[in-house]
Structure formats: structure tokens, C-alpha cells
Design a protein around this ligand. Sequence first.
Ligand code: PBG
Length: 328
Amino acid sequence: MPSFPHTRLRRLRQTDWSRRLVQETNFSVNDLIWPLFVHDLDTNIPISSLPSQFRWSITSLCEQAKRAESLGIPAIALFPATPVEKKTPDGEEAYNPHNLVCRAMEAIRSCTNNLGIIADVALDPYTTHGQDGLLRDGVVVNDQTLEALCKQAINQARAGCHVIAPSDMMDGRIAAIREALDDEGFQDVSIMAYSAKYASAFYGPFRDAVGSKGSLGQGDKRTYQMNPANQLEALHEVELDIEEGADMVMVKPGMPYLDILHQVKQHFAKPTFVYQVSGEYAMLKAAATNGWLDWDKCIAESLIAFKRAGADGILTYAALEMAQKLQG
Ligand code: PBG
């Protein structure tokens, strides 16, 4: 009797050892970047729309950074929740050398020795209107914003960050920031460009966390962040950022944009990152809290999906938890 079918893909799926043996993609602690929020208070405040995440005091932030380092997480990304009274229309606090994020970075530099510090460049934590750039007659102006971003980048490099991560989506910012950093002697500070950053509704909980939601009000960021309907434009954005000197590129958000991530990695073969943003994390947490999804399995599946699509690393609020699990 002829055996049918001839090809049996299930043969290698029969046992755990053989499934592991033929697994195409893996993730490890080396793939994780943990975004952390810091504020200027002595207590830690939980962020209700981001379960298990806090606005940390600088002292606690250092403890968290040390935990991350000891678990082998390569890098953290810092986001300041600026006190409202420090916000101004032009966000000058962004280049105050003693601002919250600079003090936080100095503190982390002094308590860790093998942990990458990624500093965000965009004006939204500092502006009263919550936009990432300077507002003139109701318009977010590009070229004047570049000057402010360069000052912000230099300020953060002086405070000791290893990576500058422009998340503002202004045109020409990578070239401008690279030149400004080099002029100040920071040629070894690298740039992780938020290259394909979409005008997404999945950033909601992040805006609660840094307190930019109230400032933004009914405003939106569609004149600079990308239209979720576009794919080719993302490749154009990435191409420009690489030409302008980005060391690493990023796609953001993650899960709804896996096609973009895949194409970026395929086309450019550069160090490529993805941001599993606040809304993605909140969604999974909410379903898990209700008992509708298995958190451990779903978060692991989402991370392997990013690796499969081509990510070299993932910014995720689940980084610490995953690192603990990976350690067993
Ligand atoms: C601000 C910034 C945002 C995020 C990172 N940097 C929000 C925004 O663009 O409004 C979102 C991260 C997240 O949702 O987890 N420049």
C-alpha cells in the first residue's frame, strides 16, 4: 500500500527535542531593551494604564537599572515625566543640564557599568502643547525644531547617555544631530532612529505615563508621524535615516506593523529595532488580568514574532519580566 502523503511536516513536530532542534528563531535576554519612566518625586507611582510599570524616583530608577544590568538586559530607554511647572511653549527644559532626565542618567552612570542608556530626543515631555516640535502659528515647524533637538541631544550626551534616540520624526534630524554631536566631540555616541514611527493610537498609555496626554488635548501628530496606511514611505524614511548617519533604525509600534519591520530588515540589513509600545503591552495585560489570555505565553509569542519578522532587538515594557523568566 503506497504511503501517503509523501512529505510529512508533522514528523519533526512530534517531540519537544525535535521541535527545539529545528526552531528557526530564538530570543534571548540580549534582545531586550527596557523603557523606564522617571519623575521628580521620592516615591514610585504605578502607572494605571501600564500595569507593573512605575514612574520611578531617581533612587529607585537606579535600583531598577542595576536589576536590569544584573539580569543581562543590554540597555534601558529613559522617559521623563516632567513637572507641569517646568513645561513651556518651546520646551527649553529639554536643554537644561540639570533637568530630570540628565540627573537620572548621571545617577545611573554612577551605579552601573555595563548597561546601555538610551535617551529620547523629542520635545513633547517639555512643551505645554505636548507636540514633539516647536509650534508656530499652530504649525509644528521643522527646521527651527532641528536646532532645539540638537541642543537636547548634546545636553543628554553630556549627561552620559550612550545612545540618542530621536523619536520626533522631523525631516533631516539624523544628519543635524549627528553633526551636532560630532562637533561637540561625541562621535562615539550612537543614534537609534525612530525611523518609521506611525501616528498611532497605541501610544495612549505612554502619554498618560509622561503626562503629555493632557498637554496634547485634542491635538494629534499626523503632520510628522506616518500614516498607518503607508508602507513604501517607511522604506523611504529608513533609507534617509541611514544615509544621514543612523547606526540603528526602528519601527514603531510593533505588532500592527510587522510587515514594515520585515521589509526594513530585508531591504537594508541594518541593525533594526522594534518598539512594542504601551498600548500593545496594555492590551495584553488587560486581557490577561481578565483571564482571557495567558500572559506568559502571549508575551513570549509576541516577542518571537518580532524576531521572526527581522528585529535585532525589542523595546518592551515586559523586558525585566522576560529577563527574569529567561534566567529561570
Ligand atoms: C514621544 C514618544 C512617544 C512614545 C515614545 N516616544 C509617544 C508619542 O509619540 O506621542 C511612545 C511609546 C509607547 O507608546 O510606548 N516622542
